[in-house]
Each structure stands twice: as C-alpha cells, then as structure tokens.
Design a protein around this ligand. Structure first.
Ligand SMILES: [Zn+2]
Length: 237
C-alpha cells in the first residue's frame, strides 16, 4: 500500500472514532450522581417504551409501591400510545428521550441521525411539554446526537447497572442480579418493552415479577426510590 493510502486509511479511522466511539466513551464515563437524602436512594429507569402490553402493568406496580421512575421513551411508539406517555407524567414519573426509532447511533449517518433525533424529540415535546433527560439506544452517541442534546438543553443520563433484562431469565436469577446492584446512589436500567426492540419474548414478565420483590425488599431495607429531580446536574438543580 502506498503511503498516501495509509494516510487516507488513518484519517478515515480517526474520523470514524471521533464520530461515534469518542462521544460514547465520554458519556459512558460520566456516571450519574443522586443528591443525598435522609435515606439511601436509588433511581429506576426504564427504556424502550411505551408498550401497550407492558407499560400499564409496570405503571400499576410503581403506583402500588409509590415509586417514581424515569422512562426513556421512543418517539415512534409514543405517537401510537400517547395515553401511556401522558399517564407516566400524570403519575409522577419523568419522560426522557431515547430515540425516534431504536437504532445504534454509532451506525447512523449524520443525516439520518439528525432526522431521527428531531422527529423523536418533537413527538415527545408535543406530548409532554419539556423533556429534560436523554439516553440514546444502548447508551451509544454520535457527534450529532451529542451536540444536538447539548444545544437542546437535554441532560444525558446514563446508569450504573443493568441486569440484561432484555434476555429471558428466571425470576430468581434476575432478582439476585438486582440485589447485587442494590447500593446507595444506584441508577438502575431496566426495560418496559423488550419484545420488539431486540428482547426475548417473556423477558418483561420475569423482570416485572423480580422487580416487585426487589421493590418490597428495598423499601423494607430503608431505601428511598427517587425521581429525576434527585439527579445531580451541572446546573445544580
Ligand atoms: Zn433502548
């Protein structure tokens, strides 16, 4: 290979790294912090909804235990099930932006990334007014989504632990992973619509059963589950 070809290859590789992996790494390294309270705190977040099958049952459970959560919603689903998104808000949960369609942003070109971002965010804002937090699919950013989130005043919110709940697992197995993840300040990532976004059928049912036990145990242990207003941000709000 001629030296000019090596230079071209190196430039392309560098540009590809700057486009997706670099912003993703930077955001992944920024772990969320929860404001201190009297009791140890945890925050639950649910990605990929709303789902007409799963989300109502999850909302019923959160209401039963009086636990707020943050839902990272897909615009493409929200437009079909707006009543579920409105229900999230009316029951004290926060709605964050996930994407319009569930795709890995590192694989999206700048034009389709821009279109997806604008369509999804517009759909959500029309439904719930202001949207404060952002978490793209798989936690993968590209330059476009990273800059657009910043200019739109969206705060990226990553997580400390996930339990691979998009895969079908036994309730006990999942519960054990949730127990291992339990600690003061933990932001946990779960899913309320895994069936049609790469998850396995039945995965939500196991997660939902395990979650009920986990909530009951954690409250008994003295944990407080907090909402998005407990997240420390640069603005200190
Ligand atoms: Zn997702």
């Amino acid at each position: 290979m001629k030296s000019t070809s090596y230079i071209a290859l190196a430039a392309l590789t560098g540009a590809a790294f700057l486009y997706g992996p670099l912003p993703t790494l930077a955001h992944r390294m920024t772990k969320p912090t929860l404001k201190k309270g009297e009791k140890p705190r945890m925050l639950l977040s649910f990605d990929d909804g709303p789902s007409p099958r799963n989300t109502p049952r999850l909302l019923d459970t959160l209401k039963e235990y009086q636990v707020p959560a943050v839902f990272f919603v897909l615009g493409d689903k929200a437009r079909f099930y707006p009543q579920l998104v409105r229900r999230m808000v009316s029951e004290g949960h926060s709605v964050g932006f996930h994407a319009h369609v569930h795709r890995n942003q590192m694989m999206q070109n700048p034009i389709s990334a821009t279109i997806d971002f604008e369509r999804g965010l517009h759909t959500l804002r029309k439904l719930v007014g202001s949207v404060r937090f952002y978490r793209p699919p798989h936690g993968c950013f590209n330059v476009v989504s990273s800059l657009r989130a910043k200019s739109g005043g969206l705060i990226p919110l990553m997580w400390h632990r996930h339990v691979r709940d998009w895969k079908k697992q036994g309730v006990e197995e999942l519960l054990e992973k949730l127990r291992e993840a339990r600690r003061p300040g933990a932001v946990l990532l779960l899913h309320d619509a895994s069936d049609d976004t790469g998850g396995e059928p039945g995965a939500f049912d196991s997660m939902h059963e395990a979650l009920k036990i986990f909530l009951s145990e954690s409250l008994e242990l003295g944990y407080d589950f907090v909402g998005a207003d407990a997240v420390e941000t640069e603005e200190g709000q």
